[in-house]
Design a protein around this ligand. Structure first.
Ligand SMILES: Nc1ncnc2c1ncn2[C@@H]1O[C@H](COP(=O)(O)OP(=O)(O)OP(=O)(O)O)[C@@H](O)[C@H]1O
Ligand SMILES: [Mg+2]
Length: 448
């Protein structure tokens, strides 16, 4: 049994949470305003608080700070109808334990509360707490899908430490964007962010680019040169395309990660570094380890903290927001008027397989904005651009036309829901009539 405080201005929400959690054997107190919440909190110091963001007399974020200052051991779970990442990160940074969205899902709520209680018990044993620092750059990572909210939570939690992080995900999913955000939101955000592209050049040069070299270290080394590690100082070193790093350098990198010490090529002195490492890859490193193309010890060293970005086709609900974002961005960057979309464009975009992910979507929207006359992007323009968009590849490496990819995607979805068209349309996030049209267009029939 635990003591819980539920803060929400809507009585129905307070009551349903109270009933639900009392049944689980907890002692529930409620409050409907910020002021009341603080008073009850200070009186009872509950183990767990479930706290709404929008309260009649102020923001739940303010209450969060006050409660946290009074008793940092309480676990505070935010609930809110604001579905944006800014609030999520803000809340996580202020020390919220978790974050759940309205409409509340009973299982999710129960899990969050159970976790929080268990965590509270652990913490009271060790009584170690750390407060997050303030100050945060405006974000440009767009996404309101559940998958992206999880990413925002991870960023909120990770930005406060300097742990090595690995970011994985298909090409164009935003790995570099996330790496930059992690850097900017971290205590070393004002320090350098230096990218080292592991796929860039031949082995020997790669080594000197990373570790630096002394004058005369090799033919052509007429001057000594600092490496990327040195340039990163106590900022962030971003190791992009880490899966491309040649094996001999993988060993050297591991040595560096373990000791944070290195020697430049041709150098005699051991140098120290304080940089934070963030690595990214679109490769399946586990598979590369099995194939002995990537060192397992380096892999385990890197993957302790992993952020995996979901492909765009698994978060189709984000397309709408991304499109609006890219239309605005294009208008500002190119000084052109802001476009609107003809009806049906978003539905059409949701049918695309997006093998190039957000980058592919961005390219399409920029091209569409430039090509369109007037202020409306026509469905035909989108259709043309999608047909000319990057050619995808099947598993044997043969290229597929985009319509082949689309028809496969729709077929696989239909098979996975046993041809229940309503469910398939929902999964694909297109309308039922659009789905019917596609089935007809591609002559799709059930496998058996
Ligand atoms: N969630 C997002 N919101 C806004 N822009 C995004 C988002 N994700 C990606 N982008 C944009 O898409 C483009 C590609 O992103 P990024 O370069 O970070 O991808 P990546 O995962 O590093 O790709 P690659 O594996 O090919 O290097 C960039 O212009 C980036 O700004
Ligand atoms: Mg990249």
């Amino acid at each position: 049994m635990a003591k819980l405080l539920v803060v929400d201005d809507e009585q129905s929400i307070r009551e349903s949470i109270r009933m639900f959690l009392s049944e689980k054997g907890h002692m529930i107190h409620t409050a409907s305003t910020l002021k009341e919440a603080i008073t009850v909190f200070q009186e009872l110091t509950p183990e767990v608080v479930i706290l709404d963001i929008r309260l009649p007399d102020g923001s739940g974020l303010a209450a969060l700070s006050q409660m946290y200052a009074f008793n940092p051991l309480s676990k505070i779970i935010m609930i809110t109808a604001f579905q944006d990442m800014e609030t999520t990160i803000e809340a996580m940074k202020k020390g919220a334990y978790d974050y759940i969205h309205k409409p509340l899902d009973a299982d999710e709520l129960e899990k969050a509360v159970d976790d929080a209680i268990a965590n509270h018990r652990e913490d009271t044993k060790t009584a170690v707490t750390q407060k997050c620092s303030e100050g945060y750059n405006k974000s440009e990572i767009v996404g309101k899908s559940r998958a992206m909210k999880e990413i925002f939570k991870m960023i909120g939690m990770l930005c406060q430490n300097r742990a090595t992080a690995l970011i994985t995900g298909e090409t164009g999913t935003g790995k570099e964007l996330v790496a930059r955000r992690l850097h900017l939101s971290s205590p070393c955000g004002k320090k350098p962010f230096v990218t080292f592209d592991c796929s860039a050049i031949v082995d020997t040069l790669l080594e000197s680019e990373l570790f630096g070299h002394e004058k005369g270290a090799f033919t052509g080394a007429v001057n000594s040169n600092p490496g990327k590690i040195q340039l990163a100082g106590d900022g962030t070193l971003f190791l992009d395309e880490i899966g491309e790093l040649p094996l001999n350098l993988q060993g050297k990198l591991l040595g560096f990660l373990e000791r944070k010490q290195y020697m430049s090529v041709g150098g005699k002195n051991v140098l120290n570094s304080r940089c934070r490492i963030i690595a990214a890859t679109n490769k399946d490193l586990a598979q590369m380890v099995r194939e002995k193309r990537f060192r397992d010890d380096l892999y385990y060293r890197l993957k302790v903290v992993t952020i995996t970005l979901p492909p765009l086709r698994q978060r189709l609900s984000d397309i709408n927001h991304l499109v609006v974002h890219f239309i605005q961005k294009t208008a500002t960057d190119l000084g052109i008027q802001q476009m609107t979309l003809q009806d049906g464009c978003i539905e059409r975009l949701k049918c695309h397989p997006w093998t190039g992910n957000v980058r592919e979507l961005e390219n399409i929207i920029v091209s569409a904005s430039i090509q369109s006359r007037g202020s409306v992007i026509l469905l035909d323009t989108i259709e043309d651009l999608l047909s000319n968009s990057r050619i995808s590849h099947d598993q044997s490496g043969n290229s597929l036309s985009l319509s082949q990819v689309e028809s496969r995607h729709i077929f696989t979805t239909l098979e996975s829901v046993k041809w229940n068209k309503t469910r398939a349309a929902k999964t694909l996030e297109i309308s039922l009539p659009t789905l019917r049209k596609k089935i007809k267009k591609y002559h799709l029939t059930p496998r058996n």
